[in-house]
Ligand binder design. Sequence first.
Ligand code: NAP
Ligand code: HSE
Length: 437
Amino acid sequence: MNQRVTVGLIGLGTVGSSVVQVLTQQRTLLQERCGIDFQVKRIAVRDRHKPRSIRVDPQLLTTEVQEVLTDPEIDLVVELMGGTEPARSYLLKAIEGGKHIVTANKALLAEHGEEIFTAAARHQVDIGCEASVGGGIPIIRAIKEGFVANRFLSIFGIVNGTCNYILSRMTAEGGDFATVLQEAMDKGYAEPDPTLDIEGIDSAHKIAILASLAFGVQIPFHRVYTEGISRIDQADIRYAQEFGYKIKLLAIAKEIEGQVEVRVHPTMVPSTHLLYSVEGVYNAITVVGDQVGENSFIGKGAGGPATASAVIGDIVEIGRNITQGSVLRVPHRSYLPQHVRASAMRNIEDIVSEYYLRFSALDKPGVLSKISGILGANDISIASVIQKGRREGGAVPVVMMTHHAQERNVRRALQAIDQLDVITAPTVLIRVENFTR
Ligand code: NAP
Ligand code: HSE
């Protein structure tokens, strides 16, 4: 005899519709695996009359979110509306009412996680947030449970499906940015406000969540260094290919000598690394643990069905807890609350990386030596140079790869170089990651 767990949803868009669809389609499978019948009792939306991509009993729909938050029969509230407000207030209300929570809302957790998790601990309810990072990849469960025996050294990867889709299409076909972004939006990959994707903010939300769980620290979200892909030029994609690299939007978190480094930026990755071949909507996340070493996860990072897979994983875990009379079996933030520390965040100027630099320089004798002189004076050593074309008296791109250098020195050098009268436009800087340190 199956036990019943009653679910209320907020949101029936890309992810919400897939969750309802998969819960219906896999009902028997879920019963066979956990002996629970998950019943969706209410779904809050903005517009009850909007056409939906799935068939749903109109009686389930409401525009009154309170009907989900305060219904005493609802055990579990699944928040799939997105945004920080009113989602934050709704979840706090549900938690105060003793309801368990599942959410895919990385913006909310990265910016208000502390408040939400503290409230959940106080009211003894569980929170599942697997779908907030990496779409269908079970990375949060891996960090909290599978790798519990490890101290983490670093976590890095591609965590935004929309950006990876755009960069892949721009690289493979020379696709135009705006057209490819529209395709990603049509496929349901992008956030309701796609600026969050293309400016790197969604990736920053995700890596802040992962860093916090892995290192047991609070990450002040405004301290995450964030650059997006909106200024990536076809020229740099082509030069990257000539050097044997592709440009990917990487999210990187490391703990070094008690300091936490968390950053998101376009990065050139070499053809020898697995991230090079991760294309389209796929995400790839590598975790490095002190015992297990390097482990990489690859899977669809966005889209309804993949995300629903993660959401339902959480629904089932909490359902099992409810039916077994267990709660807070695994700490919300991976560490017990009293062991979550404030973090010392490392500034971007303090990182050490290799760099791709594209100068727009007048094609005159002595220009290269002026540039290399300033780089040398700032302790930056050049690994390779290509100068494209010849336009005597005109501007040409001069492209360089550096060896490892400190970002502070690179910024200082570029400030001086960009003031030279032979430089005609601001220098383009893209970090290069050969994964050698
Ligand atoms: P979406 O397609 O825009 O759907 C949002 C849903 O929320 C809609 O059904 C909307 O109602 C409802 N909604 C919005 N504001 C509401 C309010 N104030 N009261 C009640 N309902 C409200 O968004 P989505 O792509 O499914 O994303 C949902 C969440 O999942 C976000 O946090 C997102 O970051 C996260 N996520 C998305 C993906 C993905 O691939 N799309 C992957 C991982 C995580 P109407 O339908 O009536 O407008
Ligand atoms: N907009 C997000 C992405 C959805 O493209 O990765 C998945 O979190």
